[in-house]
Design a binder for this molecule. Structure first.
Ligand code: DGL
Length: 291
């Protein structure tokens, strides 16, 4: 389906007469990255059912423009709401949160829609050297939403921003290719571009993973920046926030065995590989979705 084609009728709030606690939670990303958030969500809310969409036919988002990502996000919302009757949506992608969450919330104001953003605030609080590295997609760093977040941070911390072109895609493809050398080469390149890491004055002592794909390269990054550097991602805080929002709205599933259903809009192999690795006990099968 042409992602730039005019959108069919959008779901509206009036299409949602009730939001029973047993309905599933929708989660999406451009690809496998959102599994790093899904894993935390499932750990925090084991009774919930989750429906995950990897938009693999249109990944990576991080090197696309805002209109493209907004159209994809709308189509995925239609699929998750129209076909699966989700009670809440987690945008498990920093890029889609930065470019499209406002638009999604306007489309369905009654649906709880949560996003993820680079954890620069917690990182600034953790940093002793007051120099924080931020790895994210070029689209996230350029976005108005991120720039506003950054402006609100005051001046006592220096943020070294690194738009990691190519890294999300390399992470996405590494299992299929059975070759992590491109991930390693890109991590080396992007880490080197940020400057010195460590506890000495002027060094970066805290690194923010501002793309949900990057936790899948955390071991590689750790080896490059050293053990003393704090690496901050968003899985656990997003899961805690989602739990609180659903509990406050009376939407939390409190019994049942829960479960995960996975969809990919294009190639299913990467998602299957990542799910086998990251959600091993569930032995999940990936379905295809024409979204
Ligand atoms: N995982 C996504 C993010 O958090 C998107 C990566 C991409 O598709 O470029 O930004």
């Amino acid at each position: 389906m042409n992602p730039q084609a005019p959108l069919p009728t959008r779901p509206t709030a009036s299409d949602t007469p009730s939001l029973p606690a047993t309905d599933p939670i929708g989660v999406f990303d451009s690809g496998v990255g959102g599994l790093s958030i899904l894993q935390a969500l499932q750990g925090q809310m084991p009774h919930e059912r989750f429906v995950y969409v990897a938009d693999s036919a249109h990944a990576p988002y991080g090197e696309r423009d805002a209109v493209f990502v907004q159209n994809r996000a709308q189509r995925i919302l239609q699929f998750l709401h129209g076909t699966h009757r989700i009670k809440a949506l987690v945008v498990a992608c920093n890029t889609a949160t930065a470019l499209a969450i406002h638009d999604l919330r306007q489309t369905m104001p009654d649906l709880p829609i949560l996003g993820v953003e680079p954890a620069i605030k917690p990182a600034a609080a953790l940093s002793q050297t007051k120099r924080v590295g931020v790895m994210a997609t070029p689209a996230t760093l350029k976005s108005e939403k991120f720039q506003t977040l950054l402006k609100g941070m005051g001046s006592d911390t220096v943020f070294v921003l690194q738009g990691c072109e190519g890294l999300a895609d390399a992470i996405e493809q590494q299992w299929q290719r059975n070759d992590a050398s491109q991930v390693l080469a890109l991590c080396e390149q992007h880490v080197a571009a940020m400057g010195a890491f460590g506890h000495a004055p002027g060094h970066i002592d805290t690194l923010v993973l501002g793309c949900t794909h990057y936790p899948f390269a955390a071991h590689t990054l750790r080896a490059l920046v050293g053990d003393a550097v704090q690496i901050v991602d968003t899985g656990a805080p997003v899961a805690r926030h989602a739990h609180k929002v659903l509990a406050d709205k009376g939407l939390l599933a409190v019994s049942g065995s829960g479960g995960i259903t996975l969809f990919a809009t294009g190639d299913m192999g990467n998602l299957q590989h990542a799910a086998d690795m990251w959600l091993p006990r569930s032995a999940l099968t990936v379905n295809t979705a024409a979204v």
